[in-house]
Design a protein around this ligand. Structure first.
Ligand code: ATP
Ligand code: MG
Length: 461
């Protein structure tokens, strides 16, 4: 069914009307030019031949000469008629018809040698008149107009047929072309309708390299992105509920036991401690979640100040010392003297290094941690190296994801939620810094943070 509002119809209509107009103009010009040239040619030919006959008859205006001339015009399309000075017919190539006579008698004679009748459309003959000598007689040449009309008719039919042929071809081509243009549009419409219903991932091929193809590519990328967001939102919700459920189960279980009574004091304390620990875990997690949501909507503001990274890290290390000592892990600090200052949000950077160093301690059984910092070009690099359990290669890219933990059961024992690295990375990136990790299972990991040096000169000016 033809949709009159569709682009392909509108395009088709536009191009076809343009085409038809052009074709009509071209047809009229061709028709006019051709008939003009043809008629002119015949008229000239008539006059020329008439003049020739007149010249011959001027030399010798005798009966034999007249017969000779009329003989020459027999068996051809043209006719000749010779008269004396008073229009009395002396000879003709065929018996002159009334029409032939009429076309000369009621006309005043031409001033010189020229066409006498040229209305090929209405008159039966095209007629030319040539004067013999100074007017001793006249030579009239006739060309039947019906011949001309036939030629012009055939020409018109040919023109119209070619026109129709070209039109049909053009319609076909225009139809194909506009279909080609609108096909990807239709595909995109379908795809976006499906996307609106939640089927985000849409794939279709557009075999061109124009703006429409680019648009279709953008739509597909958009779909992929939406799908990614949808998936990660679902994963996130699943992870949050899972993470909350576990400590809540502990709390419920132990409070049930406590509620039953007849438990000795020592066990009571153990159970209460567990409950307290789980409550704290939930608190930490909720805080992390809150932090994370702020990070995600980009709502958090950085309170940047010029600071010395060594002081920041030393403070964190001091806080974590007891945990390290407990696991028999020595912490070695190695700072390049006179490190240039950095411009950071101190509280948040403390959080970053707390996460990284805590991880190093948490995921080591014993050994040592080395924390180095040195300046290079415009940057300061801080490396946090442990001799712990390491991270398998396949997990390396994922440890920065929310809630990702290499080995869920292993981390459960150590109490992590898998948000630390996610939050740390966000904070580092918001400072225009980067963080990378290299790690080897059972050998240890190195986290390298790169921060920009503070632009002291600018601030001082
Ligand atoms: N230094 C490290 N050595 C070995 N594995 C590590 C190290 N740092 C991180 N990981 C792995 O990466 C995972 C993600 O770390 P992340 O700090 O984000 O979470 P977490 O420590 O489990 O919990 P959170 O920091 O939120 O309390 C960890 O669970 C752990 O499996
Ligand atoms: Mg951590």
């Amino acid at each position: 069914m033809i949709k009159f509002k569709s682009i392909s119809f509108k395009l088709g209509l536009l191009f076809s009307s343009l085409f038809i107009t052009l074709l009509i103009i071209l047809g009229v010009i061709l028709y006019g030019a051709f008939t003009n040239v043809l008629i002119d040619y015949i008229k000239q030919d008539l006059v020329l031949r008439g003049n020739n006959h007149a010249r011959i008859l001027n030399e010798q205006f005798t009966e034999s000469a007249i017969n000779h001339v009329t003989e020459m015009e027999k068996g051809v399309a043209t006719e000749v008629l010779i008269t004396d000075a008073n229009q009395k017919i002396l000879g003709s190539s065929s018996v002159p018809t009334n029409e032939m006579k009429a076309s000369i008698l009621d006309k005043s004679l031409p001033p010189g040698d020229s066409t006498l009748v040229d209305d090929w459309y209405n008159e039966p003959y095209l007629v030319s008149a040539s004067t013999i000598g100074d007017g001793t007689g006249y030579v009239y040449m006739y060309y039947p107009s019906s011949n001309l009309r036939e030629i012009v008719f055939v020409l018109s039919v040919l023109l119209i047929l070619t026109g129709i042929g070209i039109l049909l071809l053009a319609f076909g081509l225009i139809g194909l072309a506009s279909k080609r243009i609108t096909r990807p549009l239709k595909l995109m419409k379908k795809a976006t309708e499906k996307m609106a219903k939640g089927e985000y991932k849409q794939h279709f091929t557009v075999n061109s390299k124009d703006e429409i193809a680019e648009l279709s590519q953008s739509i597909q990328t958009l779909g992929d992105q939406l799908q990614y967001f949808e998936d990660s939102r679902n994963d996130f919700l699943a992870a949050v509920s899972h993470e909350l459920r576990t400590p809540l189960t502990y709390i419920k279980g132990y409070s049930d036991i406590l509620g039953k009574g007849n438990i000795d004091k020592e066990d009571q304390k153990v159970y209460l401690d567990i409950i307290k620990k789980e409550v704290q875990r939930i608190t930490f997690m909720v805080n992390d979640l809150f932090e994370m949501s702020k990070l995600q909507v980009g709502e958090f503001e950085l309170n940047k100040e010029i600071a010395d990274i060594q002081t920041v890290i030393e403070k964190v290390v001091n806080n974590l010392k007891p945990a390290a000592t407990k696991k028999n892990i020595s912490v070695i600090l190695d700072f390049q003297p006179d490190l240039p200052p950095v411009e950071i949000d101190v509280k948040r950077m403390e959080q970053v290094f707390y996460n990284l160093i805590e991880n190093g301690i948490k995921y080591s059984n014993e050994g040592k941690m080395s924390i180095r910092a040195f300046a290079k070009e415009d940057f300061i690099a801080i490396e946090i190296e442990d001799t712990g359990i390491g991270i398998p290669e396949k997990d390396l890219p994922k440890i920065w994801d929310r809630f990702y933990r290499v080995e869920q059961s292993r981390t459960r024992k150590s109490g992590g939620t898998g948000l630390g690295l996610y939050v740390s990375k966000k904070i580092i990136e918001s400072h225009d810094g980067t963080v990378h990790v290299t790690s080897k299972v059972n050998a240890g990991s190195v986290f390298r943070v790169i921060l920009k040096k503070a632009k002291i000169e600018e601030i001082g000016e």
